[in-house]
Design a protein around this ligand. Structure first.
Ligand SMILES: NC(=O)C1=CN([C@@H]2O[C@H](COP(=O)(O)OP(=O)(O)OC[C@H]3O[C@@H](n4cnc5c(N)ncnc54)[C@H](OP(=O)(O)O)[C@@H]3O)[C@@H](O)[C@H]2O)C=CC1
Ligand SMILES: O=C(O)CCC(=O)C(=O)O
Length: 451
């Protein structure tokens, strides 16, 4: 590997990663973004190169893959595939969500686990990185089908996790309902009540503010970025994608800060409400999505606004964009449209929602761009606070947790500024987040020997 020239170094390293796992495109994308922004730093700090820290970091410590058999309400048998990627435990137990979605495969989970390692490091809490899930689709399943699936999934997963080993949580398709069924089965198998999962209900060990944390945290991070240019959310037009956990609470916080949320979406299409989604309309969405598990189109029918069938919301003119649905949901063309329409800030609530082309376009346009591993770290940060509360056997108030979340997001922002400020004063938050997250993990790996 050429360690003298940054560009050759990135090409050589990516060749190494691609040769090992040629079809894992999402994983390649996540690694490339990190290596691209770390290359200068690594060449100036060759001890990390000599210890092959990066080569070790892209190799999961362990991958667990298993069969998940379950029966539907008619008695038909289904077989899904379950996974847990235990990526890196240098700074704490593996920590990261479970995703239930038909697209789940090893490449997607490895990209998410790799991002999680750096994200968790940025929170400053003692958490390693992991991710898991299944290609099971909870959509259009009854509660009892979801419960039977979760019980079967946990029957195998239980032997690999634990409060000091690996602490999963939710992600796409895994919310409070699923965490409840998973926790119930773990407790039954192990006969112990511990903080083995986060995102639990507040009556049985969960933390206040955990449901809100990712969305709120994304907005807190965006607020910090805006302040660097003397701006705020007040009277800003905000486009949000998704309408799940992250999108709902990002919208709630934007409304609270005086912004106007004009879009939300799901995998079928987007709604555009030029008058803005107010508190009452957001309550309708929360009930529609969290209780009736309906489609975003029903919002357009109810409030008589436009529905953009099979379209993402990025053609809508906005000041601030918060992608909160899924990976690669903003491509280069859409990034161009956003910038041409006057968008001044993008903060990623989702994991890797911008393609490489989109990231390059945002950075070259010099708008404020907060990458997911920094901007959406509030969710896992409050999961870390849930673990702390579980260990102490007590529960903090809503205000206490929210204040801690706010200050963690401010610290992450400062860390990005510290490592990402370029000679012309521009803050490259991608570079800042990647270097800031890397240093602590890399130093801990060096201290712990060749493991
Ligand atoms: N929950 C958390 O604490 C954290 C989540 N994240 C990330 O935030 C993002 C959203 O997660 P979360 O809100 O928890 O998940 P939810 O399952 O609650 O919501 C996901 C939302 O995204 C939409 N969506 C999913 N897949 C696609 C797709 N392929 N195309 C378009 N829309 C899609 C869903 O629509 P539909 O219902 O039609 O599928 C839904 O509106 C993910 O990237 C996740 O990894 C990051 C940090 C923490
Ligand atoms: O709270 C957690 O542990 C998981 C959060 C998560 O999956 C993420 O940050 O992407």
């Amino acid at each position: 590997m050429n360690i003298n020239d940054p560009k050759t170094f990135v090409d050589d390293f990516m060749q190494y990663v691609k040769t090992k796992d040629p079809l894992q495109y999402e994983f390649h994308q996540a690694v490339e973004e990190v290596v691209e922004s770390l290359s200068d730093f690594l060449l100036k700090n060759p001890r990390y190169l000599h210890s092959k820290i990066l080569e070790r970091m892209v190799e999961p410590e362990r991958i667990i893959q298993f069969r998940v058999p379950w029966a539907d309400d008619q008695g038909n048998i289904h077989i899904n595939r379950g996974y847990r990627i235990e990526m890196n435990s240098a700074i704490g137990p593996y920590k990261g969500g479970l995703r239930f979605h038909p697209t789940v495969n090893q490449s997607i989970l490895k990209f998410l686990a790799f991002e999680q390692v750096l994200k968790n490091s940025l929170t400053s809490l003692p958490m390693g990185g992991g991710k898991g899930g299944s290609d099971f689709d909870p959509k259009n399943k009854s509660d009892s089908e979801v419960m039977r699936f979760c019980q079967s999934f946990m029957t195998e997963l239980a032997r690999h996790i634990g409060q000091y080993t690996d602490v999963p949580a939710g992600d796409i398709g895994v919310g409070g309902r699923e965490i409840g069924y998973l926790f119930g089965q773990y407790k039954r198998l192990r006969n112990e009540f511990t903080g083995v999962l986060t995102g639990k209900g507040v009556e049985w060990g969960g933390s206040l503010i955990r449901p809100e944390a990712t969305g709120y945290g994304t907005v807190y991070f965006a607020k910090e970025m805006l302040e660097t240019i003397g701006e705020s959310f007040e009277n800003k037009v905000v486009a949000i994608s998704g309408s799940g956990n992250v999108a709902q609470f990002a919208a709630e916080k934007v409304i609270e800060l005086g912004g106007k949320v004009v879009t939300l979406s799901d995998s079928s299409g987007s709604i555009y409400d030029p008058d803005g989604i107010d508190r009452k309309k957001l309550d309708f969405i929360m009930e529609l999505k969290n209780i009736h598990r309906g489609r975003i189109r029903e919002y357009a029918d109810k409030f008589g606004v436009s529905y953009l069938d099979k379209q993402r919301p990025w053609s809508i003119k906005c000041d601030i964009a918060l992608p909160c649905a899924t990976e690669n949901e903003i491509n280069g063309e859409e990034a161009k449209t956003l910038v041409e329409n006057g968008c001044i800030a993008v903060a990623e609530g989702a994991n890797m929602p911008s393609t490489m082309d989109a990231v390059h376009h945002f950075l070259n346009s010099k708008i404020l761009f907060g990458p997911g591993k920094a901007a959406n770290a509030g969710g896992v940060a409050v999961s870390g606070l849930e673990m702390t509360q579980n260990s102490m056997r007590l529960a903090w108030s809503r205000e206490e947790v929210d204040n801690k979340l706010h200050s963690i997001m401010k610290n992450i922002h400062q860390m990005c500024v510290k490592y990402g400020t370029e000679s012309n004063g521009f803050v490259n938050y991608v570079k800042g987040a990647n270097i800031g997250g890397f240093v602590k993990v890399a130093n801990s790996m060096m201290a712990q020997g060749l493991v």
